[in-house]
Design a protein around this ligand. Structure first.
Ligand code: SF4
Length: 687
């Protein structure tokens, strides 16, 4: 099938048009038995909407007359397919035209296998569907199969078109018979058609208007129903997803090229690169050539292919996914998907497959098969395999993590393709992901409880090593260069575990802390990643409250901590599956219930506190015994290391946390975010 594009009728896929208000764009798949008149309906729709070149129909009618053949609307598509001039652009499977209210992309589904292939590989995407039935033949197997597949593919807007009504004498009872059968069928999987429309595509009845032969029809015409379908949410409304196509070295820059699938990306944005979850900021959006500096783009939207550079030397490669830092894709080591199997060899448990999501590729093994269904018979098959052209749910264990979204959340990055022997063998929709840590992501609490029990008898070093083994994906140790953090850094390098270290450089740290930072990096030959506040937010904060504004009110402290600590911490942990902290249970009453492993529900990760059950004296003794470099502030009475203005030395007998936000209530000291409700600053001890 071909695509008809008249230049002025088309706007970007996401419906974004910067000049004039955007017209809605709706993608509609047309399905049904191969002989039920799709080409005729498409030809008629193009004619009724004035989408055809002037004189096209007349010339085809003349040509048919000359050959002694009756004119068929389906000739139109054949003719257009061969003509690549006259302002018409042809493609392979989609037809574009406009109604009074919107732009329409009509996606043809020429046959069962092609339809499946196109839908599952993303070659075609549909917001709605027209399901075509021949009034003479009625509901056929392929009709039922297509209806069921629309349901499986999540297409919820379906209009049924009963064609060839002229061949049954526009018989109302025949129409209602077919209507009842298809409505009942669709209802078995929860689909209620938007409309059931009697038409004769050949004669035009019911397509653009209700003609006298179908005067008994009280519902909409086909064109009216096209205008009723709700358009999809614009791609720009979704979080940023940009699959990396390639990385080019250019001058001294690494330019990351890809297509923005959803969302938007702008210079200065914080992003994270999944599945490894490496955070960075967008330094530039590249354009070639650039005749004028003012024309250099600052932003790119869904649908645009761009090259970007990042502010950090984050290693990025093809297949990774640039994501919005606040809403990254999942890092999946195992995923569950509803798949459509196209290969002639059935898919079985244990089968090796190659999985593709966007530009990413990973090898995997089928770990489980559930709910195999024959779409034609609509019966669940008791089978450990999925046969050709059947549907089923599978779990795939991957040899390496891959970035993916649930299909329900993002259709672009929630779609998989399966390959066998180098060719497409199936594909489907991501239903759930798992980080591979032996249980599903949504079962983190039980995993945390089990790990806590498992790690309890171990030393901190063994706890880190075991945590590393049990948690797939990125793990981050956050340090403020206090005693516990230094011991954990030492332990980490004794285990050589693959764990990142990050610190929140609030810009208000003690000079002693900055010096210890350098010393620690030299001692362990490592890089401790600095997470600094975002410049624009910091400037706005200082402009609003002054450089030391945090002293003045609770709100000011909340804002200061948010800009200098919370946002950078979120960035440091974006996409991580594990977080290691130096918390101990006896540091304060607030921490008395700290578990070895707990769940950070907000960030959907596991948090390990390897020293949770240690006392401060035990940690001090350990640091001394192992020559761990410690912060000289401890010797000056600082039990806890934080921002210089908000930290003081404690007197003998005071609890450890007494030196942090010392003007706050005892139970509110954990963070500036939890400042005293009255916001009052107790001046005692300041300075
Ligand atoms: Fe600001 Fe104090 Fe919080 Fe540091 S600890 S971010 S200086 S309020």
């Amino acid at each position: 099938m071909n695509i008809l594009v008249t230049e002025k009728s088309v706007q970007p896929r996401d419906g974004v048009n910067r000049g004039t208000p955007p017209r809605p764009l709706v993608r509609i798949v047309i399905v049904g038995h191969v002989d039920h008149g799709k080409s005729t309906l498409i030809g008629r729709l193009l004619h009724e909407t004035g989408s055809l070149p002037a004189g096209k129909v007349e010339s085809l009618k003349l040509s048919s007359d000359r050959r002694g053949m009756p004119f068929e609307w389906s000739f139109l598509l054949d003719a257009l397919q061969t003509e690549r001039d006259q302002g018409i652009t042809l493609d392979t499977s989609q037809i574009r035209f406009r109604t009074a209210a919107r732009d329409i992309v009509l996606i043809d589904a020429p046959g069962h296998a092609e339809f499946l292939r196109n839908m599952i590989t993303g070659a075609a995407q549909a917001d709605a569907a027209l399901l075509l039935i021949d009034a003479v033949e009625g509901v056929r197997d392929q009709t039922r199969r297509h209806g069921y597949l629309l349901h499986l593919l999540g297409v919820r807007q379906v209009a049924v078109v009963v064609n060839k009504m002229d061949r049954v004498g526009f018989d109302q009872s025949r129409f209602h018979e077919i209507e009842a059968e298809i409505v009942n069928h669709l209802a078995t999987f929860g689909l209620a058609p938007t409309a059931v429309i009697p038409i004769s595509a050949r004669h035009g009845d019911g397509v653009a208007k209700v003609t006298p032969p179908i005067g008994w029809h009280t519902g909409p015409t086909v064109l009216a129903v096209l205008d009723r379908f709700a358009p999809a949410r614009p791609s720009t409304d979704f979080p940023l997803r940009m699959p990396v196509q390639a990385v080019y070295k250019f001058d001294d820059r690494r330019i990351i090229a890809g297509r923005v699938e959803t969302g938007r990306i702008a210079v200065g944005d914080s992003i994270t690169v999944m599945p490894r979850g490496r955070p960075a900021r967008v330094q530039s959006i590249e354009a070639w050539p650039v005749p004028d500096e003012s024309l250099v783009p600052r932003e790119a939207l869904a649908g645009q292919s761009v090259g970007i550079t990042l502010d950090d030397e984050v290693f990025v490669e093809r297949g990774e996914l640039i994501c919005a830092v606040e809403a990254p894709a999942k890092s999946a080591r195992r995923l569950r998907a509803r798949v459509f199997w196209l290969h002639d060899q059935p898919l079985a448990v244990g089968a090796p497959v190659t999985l593709r999501v966007g530009t990413a590729e990973a090898r995997g093994t089928i770990a489980l098969i559930d709910n195999a269904v024959d779409p034609g018979k609509l019966s669940v098959i008791e089978s450990a395999t999925i046969a050709q052209n059947h549907v089923g749910e599978i779990e795939i264990a991957l040899t390496q993590p891959i970035a993916a979204d649930l299909y329900a959340l993002n259709t672009r990055t929630g779609r998989i393709v399966l390959e066998r022997d180098g060719r497409i063998a199936g594909g489907g929709l991501v239903l759930a992901t798992d980080n591979g840590s032996a249980q599903h992501m949504h079962d983190l609490p039980s995993l945390a409880a089990r790990l806590s029990r498992e790690l309890a008898p171990l030393s901190p070093r063994e706890r880190i090593a075991q945590f590393r083994r049990r948690v797939e994906g990125r793990i981050v140790l956050t340090t403020s260069f206090g005693l516990e953090d230094q011991v954990l850094t030492h332990e980490l390098f004794e285990t050589t575990a693959d764990v990142e270290i990050a610190t929140l450089d609030t810009g208000r740290l003690f000079p002693e802390t900055y010096r210890l930072w350098g010393e620690t990096e030299r001692r362990y030959g490592c890089r401790i990643r600095a997470m600094v506040p975002q410049t624009d937010r910091l400037e706005a904060l200082v402009a609003e409250q002054g450089i030391n504004g945090f002293y003045h009110s609770r709100e000011a402290r909340v804002s200061c901590c948010h800009v200098r600590k919370v946002e950078p911490l979120n960035r440091a942990l974006a996409g991580a599956q594990g977080w290691i902290t130096g918390l101990r249970a006896d540091q304060s009453n607030n921490r008395s219930n700290i578990a070895l492993v707990s769940v950070d529900a907000e960030r959907n990760l596991l948090k390990l506190s390897p020293l949770a059950d240690w006392t401060r004296d035990a940690v001090l003794a350990y640091a001394a015994a192992h020559d761990v470099p410690v912060n000289p502030l401890h010797a000056k009475g600082f039990a806890s290391i934080g921002c210089a203005p908000c930290t003081r030395a404690i007197a003998p007998g005071e609890p450890e946390r007494a030196g942090r936000w010392w003007w706050e209530q005892e139970d509110k000291k954990e963070c500036g975010l939890h400042a005293a409700p009255d916001g009052a600053l107790n001046q005692r001890g300041r300075g």
